[in-house]
Design a protein around this ligand. Structure first.
Ligand code: PLP
Length: 325
């Protein structure tokens, strides 16, 4: 039913119990899904989307890929790696000015052979059609991947991820009541929403919003909703969701995208020191803090099984060394 995909990672990613952290939160059983171990050039959730996106680029006969993000974009780093594997040229449009020294994800994207274009204030791919026209004049055939890989094709990676999770839960004879994750460009949330319906997963999704800004004039709820509605037709499912039903916890985004505060620092240190698992300062650190806060306030059912979906992002830790010291 789903499209064909191009293998880029190691799946299923592990599903583990957080034993030490569960001891600290007596009312809850805590689990983690390790998409930080998808295996593509240090892993992350974009690997799942790229398996469908890269296949589509190949099917359309493209020889070049254009995508966009922040300089520390995990999506861009994984896209660069995927292009290396698939033999495609990779062009990245990254917000801000060229720094003197490349570090974190930017360094990795460069090592992975991507051509990097610095786009100043246009940090969400506003310049991609201009670049596409320029490259096509030079005879290239370009496949444009939207900001964060978040369209229906990319979201299929997370529809498929629900199938993977369901199989693991059946094997482990486990039910998950709540799934916490970082939501930012919307593809993961849309895919999980569709997958929940398609495969009958009963867990409630609790997406933690990361970036309070809109993307190309749309709120994150609107982006998720549009992908879900398009996906309903393709997958022949009906979620019965209206725009106002798209859930998004916006309680932890007020400092802005990529700003590291005591919250992120506390969450990163907590998981590292109880479980030896590393989070990132932009996405998973913020989302994990949100989950800890909800657990402390006992805002979800007592005795619940709670899953944190670790979406990766480790390379950015090195860029944020000063804030994390
Ligand atoms: C991109 C990303 C997310 C958010 O996924 P979206 O599909 O963009 O909402 C979460 N965590 C990390 C580490 C990411 O790179």
């Amino acid at each position: 039913m789903l499209d064909k995909k191009f293998d880029l990672g190691f799946f299923p990613t592990p599903l583990q119990k957080l034993k030490n952290l569960t001891d600290k939160f007596e009312d809850y059983n805590l689990y983690i899904k390790r998409d930080d171990h998808t295996g593509l050039a240090s892993g992350g959730n974009k690997t799942r989307k790229l398996e469908y996106l890269i296949q589509k680029a190949i099917d359309e006969g493209c020889d070049s890929v254009i995508t966009a993000g922040a300089q520390q974009s995990n999506h861009c780093r994984q896209t660069a790696a995927a292009c290396s594997i698939a033999g495609l040229q990779c062009h990245l449009l990254l917000g801000g000015d060229e720094p003197k020294v490349f570090d974190g994800n930017l360094l990795l994207s460069s090592i992975l052979g991507a051509t990097i274009h610095f786009t100043g204030d246009n940090r969400k791919g506003e310049d991609k059609e201009i670049l596409k026209a320029k490259l096509e004049k030079e005879g290239r055939k370009c496949f444009v991947i939207p900001y964060g890989g978040s369209n229906l094709t990319g979201a299929l990676g997370f529809v498929n991820a629900v199938k993977e999770l369901k199989e693991q839960l059946e094997q482990q004879k486990l039910d998950i009541d709540y799934i916490f994750f970082a939501s930012s460009s919307g593809g993961m949330q849309a895919g999980l929403t569709l997958g929940k319906e398609l495969y009958g997963l009963s867990s409630e999704l609790i997406p933690i919003n990361i970036d309070k800004d809109e993307t190309n004039g749309l709120s994150l709820e609107e982006v998720v909703y549009d992908i879900v509605k398009e996906g309903e037709e393709k997958l022949q499912v009906n979620t019965n969701l209206n725009l106002s039903d798209i859930s998004l916890n916006r309680a932890y985004d007020k400092d802005g995208y990529g700003v590291v505060t005591n919250n992120e620092r506390e969450a990163i240190n907590e998981l590292a020191r109880t479980e030896g698992i590393l989070l990132d300062p932009v996405y998973t650190g913020r989302a994990f803090y949100g989950m800890l806060d909800v657990l402390r306030q006992k805002n979800i059912l007592k005795g619940a099984n709670v899953l944190f979906w670790n979406t990766g992002g480790l390379p950015a830790v090195f860029k944020y060394a000063e804030e994390l010291n």
